[in-house]
Design a binder for this molecule. Structure first.
Ligand code: 3BY
Ligand code: FES
Ligand code: FE
Length: 411
């Protein structure tokens, strides 16, 4: 294995309440550590069940050199396989997503079933055992319709997160949604800066005019956390009883047991009914079982690579995939009711407008952050009080990183 002693040293230099040492954000060694050790030890968000809605649908999730094909079988079960052929190792799926009746390797056409079993391999010796050459599976878990993969031989526990996330989003029925639009943005910034930026709204006021049409402080500290928390409570308080009576209330679950998930119901600002420019639902076909819209959404945030917003008419999900030390892929997907008709019930332009604008604003912020950190003048800086969840993300990174390094060092 790589010599990660310098990384261990940098992780030990981390101070609670402060940003990381420079080289953990910018160096090749830290990127190798992140993608070969740290990120392999945790659950990573890949996509939703709606991205692989029907048998034969596949979706490719990538993390640095690793590529995984997420595939729905004829039996309806979703599985994940390394994107590598068991013959001579070729990549199997070149497209990012699509549908196929079986998995056929483009190199010498070995053919696998949608369950990963090798079906056909021409010209092999008689003694060749097909059953020993099935595709190599990667751990996959379905949390209420959000699909997570883990590269570890022994993935960490997921039961609590699975239960909380599933309970939080059940109302929005991901099985009955379809992907209406996706967008890939490449940020010229380290993946951890993309994530840190997402874990605070300290930057929201001046940077996100479109998002602020609907985003309120509730559930997410803005302003002084002392009044932030109070006003957030007050915000939701009036509505809480009504939402409780409707059976849609959700207590905030915030990274329990040093964990990796946060789920909660938020109030939307300005009476907005959805995260749109005009505050109106973007799609006429509501996705929840309530017969009308309400000014609220459920959000899910997971360490280390995702966040998701569930409105009454649509869902937006984000996955963060490290590409290089200073390059990160942010993939956004917008989901609507499977029966919603484009042009009649929704337009992609209106559906995607707020987050397309917000993503570009956030990309710029992550990029100037990375560029500034790369200068010789950078020293770890202190988080503001309302950046407590940035600190939580950073601490998760450091602690899981240290644990993964220790586990990797053990014989
Ligand atoms: O909406 C989010 O996921 C977070 C919270 C506020 C800023 N940021 C974009
Ligand atoms: Fe896949 Fe040869 S590498 S068939
Ligand atoms: Fe932002």
């Amino acid at each position: 294995m790589h010599d990660f002693a310098p990384i261990a040293e940098l992780l030990n230099q981390d101070r609670p309440g402060y940003t990381l040492p420079q080289r953990l954000y910018t160096s090749e060694e830290a990127f190798a550590f992140d993608t070969q050790v740290m990120l392999k030890s945790v659950w990573l968000y890949a996509c939703t069940v709606a991205h692989v809605k029907n048998p034969g649908d596949f979706y490719v999730f990538e993390m640095a050199n690793n590529s995984v094909v997420i595939l729905r079988g004829k039996d309806g079960v979703v599985r994940a396989f390394y994107n590598t052929c068991t013959h001579r190792g070729s990549r199997l799926c070149e497209a990012q997503s699509g549908t196929m009746p079986r998995v056929m390797c483009p190199y010498h056409f070995w053919t696998f079933g949608l369950d990963g079993k090798l079906i056909a391999a021409r010209g092999m010796p008689e003694a060749f055992d097909k059953s020993a050459h099935n595709l190599r599976e990667v751990a996959l878990e379905n949390c209420g319709g959000l699909l997570f993969v883990c590269f570890a031989e022994n993935p960490p526990p997921i039961d609590r997160a699975k239960a909380d996330i599933a309970a939080g989003i059940a109302l929005y029925n991901l099985d009955k949604l379809k992907v209406a639009a996706t967008e890939d943005l490449h940020d010229e910034a380290n993946w951890k800066l993309v994530m840190e930026n997402n874990r605070e709204c300290y930057h929201c006021e001046s940077n996100h005019p479109e998002l602020l049409q609907s985003l309120s402080g509730s559930g997410f500290g803005r302003g002084n956390p002392e009044d932030g928390v109070a006003s957030a409570e007050a915000d939701v308080d009036a509505e809480r009883k009504r939402w409780q009576a409707m059976g849609i209330w959700q207590d905030l679950v915030e990274f329990p047991d040093k964990g990796w998930h946060r789920v909660g119901r938020l109030g939307l600002a300005n009476g907005a009914l959805s995260q749109t420019i005009d505050g109106q639902p973007a799609s006429k076909k509501l996705i929840w079982p309530i017969d009308h819209a309400e000014p609220t959404s459920v959000s899910v945030w997971t360490h280390p690579n995702s966040w998701h917003h569930f409105c009454c008419d649509h869902v937006v999900t984000f996955s963060v995939m490290p590409v290089a030390p200073g390059r990160t892929l942010v993939r956004t997907s917008w989901l609507v009711h499977e029966d919603a008709v484009e042009g009649e019930d929704y337009t992609v332009e209106n559906l995607t407008r707020v987050w397309k604008a917000t993503n570009r604003q956030d990309r710029h912020l992550a990029e100037i952050n990375h560029a500034g950190i790369a200068t010789d003048g950078y020293r770890p800086g202190m988080y503001a009080l309302e950046e407590n969840l940035v600190d939580a993300f950073k601490t998760f990174y450091v602690e899981r990183g240290k644990a993964a390094l220790e586990a990797a060092g053990r014989p």
